[in-house]
Ligand binder design. Structure first.
Ligand code: 2RA
Length: 339
């Protein structure tokens, strides 16, 4: 009775997490197509006690598909997303291909559900909804409830991004390098052109003309779109750190209206999809390991920004699972809103 689904890029880290989340949340699909490249076509695997054969993604893959979850890179989304939409499919795209396209909703369900209000299933009319970048989702899950109360005028973000954001191969390489380094061997550097284990480096995304990298500019541009606020000032520094699958982010917020730390803590304690871990006595604050494989984003280190006058600034520290809330869970929550 539920929608027919297609998962595009089912063999990737996010593709696999789509299946985990669909299962965890008992998503009511009536059928599901497992789509990947020719290389993976024909492989069989079991999901929810049923055996599936991976099918090669083609232009005909979307006949009678109600919702297609894409996570196979920007070029696949650019080529097949519009084909699926033309077939009447609602596409939820995890790539960056369409995020900044004017009439494409960029959605975090707990933050701006209204952005996708015009999209319905079963109308025969397809649509494309973009999943924001993982570091944007994780940051805005905590920053938005505060923004709604006191209006953020400036946000400064420093990210500490996990290997998973660069894919399963990067996670494997981090583990391999860690073993190699501990055994006194030279690290294998295939994914990144430098040692990753026991190291950290500026995010691997290309540097653009203003000296920022693409990951940082995604945070800047996507925040303005999601908040529908072209004036909010955002800057970011994105760093890749030797952590497996959860991002951490230090966020400094400057407000138009005063917001004290106790009120901020109360707002965050009641924010959907957010858990506060902020125990100063025991110095217990969010960590990547504590949020890994979990749905909620954790926030702590909630404190008045001492560089600001009065209560017009706050510093917070946020951790969130990059593959789950940063990608797969957010996309499936979008799909749930279509039911
Ligand atoms: C990263 N945000 O972490 C990117 C991937 N989605 O590298």
């Amino acid at each position: 009775s539920g929608p027919s689904l297609a998962v595009v890029g089912v063999t990737g880290a996010v593709g696999q997490e789509f299946l985990s989340v669909l299962s965890d949340r008992d998503f009511p699909y009536r059928s599901i197509k497992m789509l990947a490249s020719k290389r993976s076509a024909g492989k069989e695997f079991s999901f929810q006690d049923k055996t599936y054969t991976i099918e090669e993604l083609t232009e005909n893959s979307f006949d009678d598909v109600d919702i297609a979850l894409f996570s196979a890179g920007g070029s696949i989304s650019k080529k097949y997303g519009p084909i699926a939409v033309d077939k009447g499919t609602v596409v939820v795209d995890n790539s960056s291909a369409f995020r900044m396209v004017e009439n494409v909703p960029l959605v975090i369900p707990e933050v701006n559900p209204e952005a996708m209000s015009g999209i319905k299933l079963g109308t025969g009319k397809g649509a494309l909804i973009a999943n924001p970048n993982c570091s944007t989702i994780i940051c805005l899950m905590a920053a938005t409830p505060l923004h709604r109360r006191a209006k953020v005028t400036r946000m400064v973000v420093s990210t500490y991004q996990a290997a998973s954001g660069a894919g399963a191969a990067a996670m494997e390489e981090l583990e391999l390098q860690t073993r190699e380094v501990l055994e006194g061997k030279p690290p294998t550097c295939n994914i990144f052109n430098q040692q990753y284990a026991f190291n950290l480096f500026s995010h691997n995304a290309p540097i653009v003309s203003n000296g920022y990298n693409e990951e940082e500019m995604k945070l800047v541009k996507e925040t303005r779109k999601i908040w529908n606020d072209k004036d909010v000032r955002v800057t970011a520094t994105c760093i890749r750190v030797p952590v497996m699958r959860a991002h951490a982010e230090s966020v400094n917020l400057q407000f138009e209206n005063p917001l004290d730390e106790e009120t901020a803590k109360n707002i965050l304690s009641n924010a959907p999809g957010v858990v506060v871990i902020d125990d100063r006595a025991s110095n217990h604050f969010p960590t990547p390991l504590e949020v890994s494989n979990k749905d909620d984003v954790a926030v702590g280190r909630i404190r008045r920004d001492v560089s600001q006058d009065g209560n017009y600034g706050l510093d917070i520290f946020v951790c969130g699972d990059q593959i789950r809330k940063g990608a797969a869970l957010n996309a499936i929550q979008i799909a749930e809103m279509l039911l």
